[in-house]
Design a protein around this ligand. Structure first.
Ligand code: ADP
Ligand code: MG
Length: 702
């Protein structure tokens, strides 16, 4: 249950004065939190932080106020000059003066009543706004602030500038924020005292007050102590919730899995190659985890083509030796079929029964597969998320391998757990995620890395080519096809008309077909599953040798004898995606080429991306460059700006705090695993405030 002292922050924003449904909708657009369909709450507004300042401390007097500058003027009002009747396009002017000169305060579509009250003739007022000189005459159009001289203190001399959205006036936003701030209850400190001192952190409430009422430009910096305090709070909430999930997963541990090594050996012997050093190392780490009584939670990171699948297979063979079942879950059906095609023959040689389960197996076939899973005859099941539907009952599921985790997310991981099974978990990803992102997205996961490419892998030569040289490219492709090579041709779109001026896969296919005839295939995301599989099969078997595709083939598709990758509109793709696509070639023993076909003129970022691609094949270098060029949000496939899932923290500025938060969280849970100490209770408040309270439900006393 949420502590009632937090209720004011969890009240709907409409509870604030002056906020109705309409304004609440506008507020929802600038709130940094992921509302996931719920209404905006008062507490969400706290983290709408100013990004810059308007400094109104400049008071030069009318005569010395420069054109375009924000100034504050102390004036005496002389006279009003309303718009002539029926000519509302002529502005309403109020003339006023100070000792240096006269100024016209100018208003369009003015409300006379309001102006007469705000600027009474003969009174002293303070106004602040942007100075304009028109034909040598000073004016200020719609001053930002007008106050009576007796209330001069209420004028914000240093004014915070907030993100805005059309229809929401700064005044309304300000008023809502002030109320939200006033609603922040007195809360016990959840941070360690020594840590606060070391970082000069103010208390939570003071930090918020400081950021919303900046005294100078330093108060809107990402690295001022108030901002860092809130960033730390958020990172700590993140690390704590991930650590709670992890502790819970560990607690639900299955049993130690060990074996005599026979099945693993049989598979190793059946491989047409020897394992690389890092494959052996990764398997050793996994086998070690499996043999422990706690549950395994491990990330297997390896660049495209580094050979993760076989490491997964060896782990599953070990699970079979221990008498248990394993699943391998892929994000798409194509990938699941491909994994199955690799795994099934090898497993068969070791005497392990395998099955595939996706949305496509139906009727009797499906019943047989389900029966085999239920009675335990099937040792390894490969599939999509269909693997975890209610109808699937495992006899003894001990190991779950998830390919390409970043497409699933923590929720799926928990869903597995709530099914009542607690298998060891291995997550395979081809995205070389930098450590900071592993930490924020997965928490303190164990990581194995495949760093060396399988022997015999050839480097891929990468060239960039403007579309004007398409004819040359087509000639080269013609001769490559004549030699029996296979070519991928990637387009950004499925069909024409989605976006003007871009080549679509269907269009490119119909342009290539007349020249290359039956050798041209087509595969894209809008095709039915069966048609997609058929197109992939035909390409794999060589019936087609030029495959026009969208990015459906981005992840994991394995056609080792494909040697040319053409990426059309390469300027439109992100680095991570280009890298994944390029990884589809260079998998066999023949030299391969990647052609980045672009339509100029190229922007700065696109130019940089293409040159990074030309310069390196190292996935980690590319990931780091990607982080610099695009921000880490897109690297993880999320679209929002800033650090994904965070409202206040920015990884580029607060990475040092992340490490501290990680060890802080770990220490807290070691000493107080159920968060019941006074600090633990305070930390629960923190989890609620940052929307990480799902983790609290994992606590026994939650
Ligand atoms: P990824 O890490 O991208 O998932 P895969 O597991 O699909 O890579 O492996 C890519 C290709 O490399 C497959 O054809 C696989 O058979 C092959 N392969 C894997 N390990 C080795 C190795 N040690 N030596 C040679 N080829 C290997
Ligand atoms: Mg793979």
């Amino acid at each position: 249950m949420r502590p009632s002292r937090l209720d004011p922050l969890f009240a709907p924003a409409t509870a604030l004065d002056g906020v109705g449904a309409k304004i609440a909708d506008l507020l929802a657009r600038i709130v940094p939190a992921d509302l996931a369909g719920r209404d905006v709450r008062v507490g969400d507004l706290l983290f709408v932080l100013p990004h810059s300042l308007i400094d109104r401390r400049n008071r030069p007097g009318i005569a010395a106020a420069p054109e375009g500058a924000i100034v504050t003027l102390d004036l005496r009002v002389d006279r009003h000059q309303p718009s002539p009747r029926g000519r509302s396009n002529v502005p309403y002017r109020v003339f006023a003066h100070d000792e240096t000169g006269e100024i016209a305060l100018t208003f369009f579509h003015a409300k006379q009543n309001w102006l007469e009250r705000a600027l009474p003739v003969g009174e002293n007022v303070v106004v602040s706004g942007r100075m304009e000189w028109f034909n040598g005459r000073p004016s200020m159009v719609h001053p930002d602030h007008i106050v009576n001289a007796t209330e001069a203190a209420s004028l914000p001399l240093v004014e915070a500038v907030y993100p805005l959205t059309a229809g929401l006036s700064p005044r309304v936003l300000r008023r809502s924020l002030e109320q939200a701030l006033a609603n922040v209850p007195d809360l016990p400190e959840w941070l360690d005292e020594a840590l606060m001192r070391r970082h000069s952190f103010p208390a939570f409430g003071s930090a918020l007050a400081r950021l919303h009422h900046p005294a100078g430009p330093e108060d809107v910096d990402l690295d001022n102590p108030a901002r860092r305090r809130l960033a730390y709070d958020e990172l700590l909430a993140n690390q704590l919730s991930l650590a709670l999930v992890r502790a819970r997963i560990r607690r639900l541990s299955g049993r130690p899995l060990s074996g005599d090594g026979q099945l693993v050996e049989a598979i190793r012997a059946a491989l047409p190659y020897t394992l690389t050093g890092s494959q052996q190392q990764a398997f050793a780490e996994i086998a070690d985890d499996l043999a422990r009584p706690e549950r395994m939670l491990r990330l297997l990171q390896g660049d495209v083509g580094s050979g993760k699948t076989v490491v997964g297979l060896l782990a599953m063979a070990r699970a079979s030796e221990a008498g248990g079942q394993s699943v391998l879950m892929a994000p798409t059906e194509i990938l699941a079929r491909q994994h199955f095609a690799t795994i099934a023959p090898l497993a068969r040689k070791a005497g392990i029964e395998t099955a595939i389960l996706t949305g496509r197996e139906k009727g009797r076939e499906r019943r047989e597969i389900l029966a085999g899973i239920e009675d335990g005859a099937t040792g390894i099941v490969v599939g999509t998320h269909a693997l975890f539907q209610d109808e699937v009952r495992y006899k003894e599921l001990v190991l779950a391998i998830i390919d390409e985790q970043h497409r699933f997310g923590v929720h799926q991981r928990l869903a597995l757990t709530s099914k009542g099974v607690a298998p060891d978990m291995l997550v395979m990803t081809a995205t070389p995620i930098p450590r900071t992102l592993v930490l924020t997205a997965f928490g303190d996961m164990d990581v194995s890395r495949l760093t060396d490419k399988p022997a015999g892998r050839r480097p891929v030569v990468t060239v960039t080519l403007p579309t004007e040289r398409l004819a040359d490219l087509l000639d080269r492709i013609a001769s490559a096809l004549a030699e029996g090579q296979k070519v991928y041709w990637i387009c950004p779109l499925v069909e024409e008309s989605e976006e003007a001026g871009l080549m679509s896969a269907e269009e490119r296919h119909s342009l290539l077909a007349p020249r290359f005839g039956d050798t041209v295939g087509l595969v894209h995301g809008r095709m039915k599953g069966a048609d997609k599989n058929e197109a992939m099969r035909a390409f794999k078997s060589g019936e087609t040798r030029l495959l026009v595709a969208t990015t459906v083939i981005e992840v994991g598709v394995d056609v080792p004898d494909a040697t040319i990758m053409v990426i059309e509109h390469a300027e439109r793709f992100g680095l991570a995606q280009l890298h994944q696509l390029r990884g589809r070639v260079g998998r066999g023993d023949k030299p391969s080429t990647c052609v980045l076909l672009y339509k100029g003129p190229l922007g700065e970022t696109a130019t940089k991306r293409l040159s990074v691609m030309r310069d390196t094949e190292d996935g980690f270098v590319i990931a780091e460059e990607d982080l610099k060029l695009r921000g880490e949000g897109e690297l993880l496939g999320t679209r929002q700006s800033g650090t994904p899932g965070f409202q206040v923290a920015r990884i580029e500025a607060h990475a040092d705090l992340l490490e501290t938060a990680r060890s802080d969280a770990r220490l807290v849970l070691e000493q107080d695993p159920e968060l019941t100490s006074p600090r633990g209770e305070a930390l629960r408040l923190l989890l609620y405030i940052f929307g990480r309270d799902a983790a609290i439900r994992l606590l026994r006393s939650g």
